[in-house]
Design a protein around this ligand. Structure first.
Ligand code: PMP
Length: 356
């Protein structure tokens, strides 16, 4: 196969897709979509179907306006950009600010797509390190950035797979270190709505920081993973730069209509966030009681250690119809906080396995 030499031997993104009753392995929102929202999406999509012979609004102006209104923090449509999931958002940012001869750094363990997106855009991936407890201090982050001078730094907060949010002081310090040589700092806030304190968002740092990008998604809190809508907030010049690499009309009319309907019904959709938070806290509490070591979570999932054999535990859960995620970290697994019933199924199965 005459593929690019640098892609030879690489593996694609590969969270297992197994059809089992309790699928809590990819941090989706598993709460059923409220009926009214389903109907509203249906109506909006029906409306745009009448005009599907035409290309969609290439600038998705209404969607950017409504996303800005949702985020607040004095943002307007000029600050907003959207794409097919925050994965595409990150890909576009790597295309513009990375590329051959350039590098992107993130701190592992972190979201497994960063190195893959780096490969795809021919950007060197630098795996920055965290402390043994997976935390990241100002001193350590700044020292590693000074050593490698990456063109892009991606901070995942709350971090996937560990679940914990970064203090804003770390984001500020990283930004200062990266901005000294005109690099870009991206804060991936895919799980921001689930944070213990949602006011601790990097959106509060955007003003006056022209090289800062905060990415978000509608896949998690908005329960819209299937629609593929991610977005970012940044200085208008960043959105302009991304226009150089986006495909024309990349956000379909169906996608725009779906996202708008969901945004306009956010009261109902975000009401489930409270229950997901409660299930998450319940998981942390019960795992602690079972003698395991769950990390503090600001997200809709819990990362926990203390397992003697995580592969065996993963299989035992699967045998009971519960699919969780093995991120390849010894003694650890990650579980999404689902509905109350799903959470009960997970906790019951895990307890049974531990008491074996
Ligand atoms: N960032 C993080 C940290 C994630 O965990 C995910 C999805 N698992 C994404 C980005 C991408 O999500 P999406 O493309 O659905 O917006």
């Amino acid at each position: 196969m005459p593929i690019r030499e640098d892609l030879r031997g690489r593996s694609p993104y590969g969270a297992p897709m197994i059809d089992v009753p309790v699928t809590i392995n990819v941090n989706e929102n598993t709460h059923p979509m409220p009926r009214e929202v389903v109907e509203a999406i249906g109506r909006e999509v029906h409306q745009v179907a009448l005009n599907l012979n035409r290309y969609p609004d290439r600038e998705f102006v209404t969607l950017r306006e409504e996303l800005a209104a949702y985020l607040g923090h004095g943002l307007s449509k000029e600050n907003l950009w959207a794409a097919n999931g925050s994965n595409e958002i990150l890909q576009q940012l790597f295309q513009v600010f990375g590329g051959p001869g350039r590098s992107v750094m993130s701190f592992v363990p972190t979201y497994s797509m960063y190195p893959l997106l780096a490969d795809g855009t021919n950007t060197e991936f630098i795996a920055g390190q965290r402390a043994e407890d997976f935390s990241l201090s100002v001193e350590s982050a700044v020292e590693q950035i000074r050593e490698h001078r990456p063109n892009i730094v991606v901070l995942c907060s709350p971090n996937n797979p560990t679940g914990t949010g970064l203090e804003l002081a770390v984001v500020e310090a990283v930004y200062e270190a990266v901005a000294t040589y005109n690099g870009i700092t991206i804060v991936d806030e895919a799980y921001a709505e689930f944070a213990q304190d949602p006011s601790q968002t990097a959106l509060t740092l955007l003003e006056g920081r022209d090289n800062l990008v905060v990415t978000r998604t509608m896949s998690k809190a908005f329960a819209l993973a299937g629609a593929r809508v991610g977005y970012f907030a940044a200085a208008p010049a960043i959105a302009d730069a991304v226009r150089l690499v986006r495909l024309p009309y990349h956000l379909s009319a169906v996608t725009q209509a779906t996202a708008l309907a969901a945004l306009r019904h956010r009261g109902q959709l975000l009401a489930n966030v409270e229950d997901i938070r409660a299930q998450r806290d319940r998981i942390v509490e019960k795992l602690t009681e079972l003698g395991l070591k769950p990390a503090q979570s600001d997200s809709n999932f819990v990362f926990f250690g203390g397992l003697e054999n995580e592969k065996e535990a993963w299989q035992a859960l699967l045998d009971d119809g519960v699919l969780v995620r093995d991120n390849g970290i010894a003694g650890h697994l990650r579980v999404t906080a689902g509905t109350e019933e799903e959470t009960t199924a997970f906790l019951t199965s895990l307890e049974k396995y531990l008491k074996g």
